[in-house]
Design a protein around this ligand. Sequence first.
Ligand code: NAP
Length: 248
Amino acid sequence: MMVVNNKMRYALVTGSSRGIGRAIAERLARDGYSVVINYKSNDTAAQEVLQKILQEGGQAELLKFDVTSPTAIQEAYTNWCATHEGAHFDVLINNAGIRRDGLMVFMEDNDWADVMHTNLDSFFYLTKLLLNPMIRARRGRIVNITSISGVTGLPGQVNYSSAKAALIGATKALSKELAARKITVNAVAPGFIATDMTAELDESELKKTIPIGRFGQPEEVAALVSFLVSDEAAYITGQTINIAGGIG
Ligand code: NAP
């Protein structure tokens, strides 16, 4: 049984072995949260994030599970609760996501389903599980990482735009259910951010379409998330904040 400091605030960041999730995990650890790093398969990358946070004097642990599997989510959460008696998550960042781009006429059923399961269904199954303790504590912060693609719609991303737009709708609806319980629910909609997900894109061409003229950095998204989960952001809920260099 892990020794749990009941005053410690726990933050679960899905998909935090790499990219935007990693930057959020590192930032929340610096903000004083005990960070739970979720990922699907990349053990080496997840270990790197964990070691970096620990070396900087922060608190963190790994929690490997596939966000597309309700059973895996339930098992991981049950095991975490069993080893952290009396603790719960104050902060949930639904960040894990994938894209499987292609024009809709050529889109395979799997490309639709995989994107829906990872970007949208995961929100439902995981958030539902973590909500009860937040409601009892009358405090909580949920941030859903959507995309400018869900705000404007992008060609070649009918699956991804649909999932991310649905996440924005879910954010608005859930925020109204939870507002009286002092739990805020917001969405962050990045544009082009330099991560593995955008690594094969032609930045020199695409940056011409971005008013600020460059891709964003994961740390810039993390700074926004850090503010949204802070006490100072208690009056902001149900919002989608674009962080896209002027796109949208
Ligand atoms: P990334 O670099 O490709 O990293 C994806 C992360 O999600 C990894 O940690 C990966 O874990 C994890 N993951 C993927 N599928 C998972 C699953 N089924 N279960 C658990 N973890 C899973 O992506 P990113 O660019 O940081 O994107 C993060 C979020 O921002 C996504 O929701 C994405 O849609 C959104 N977004 C990104 C951009 C952008 O330009 N990069 C723009 C708008 C929105 P493993 O390491 O184990 O594979």
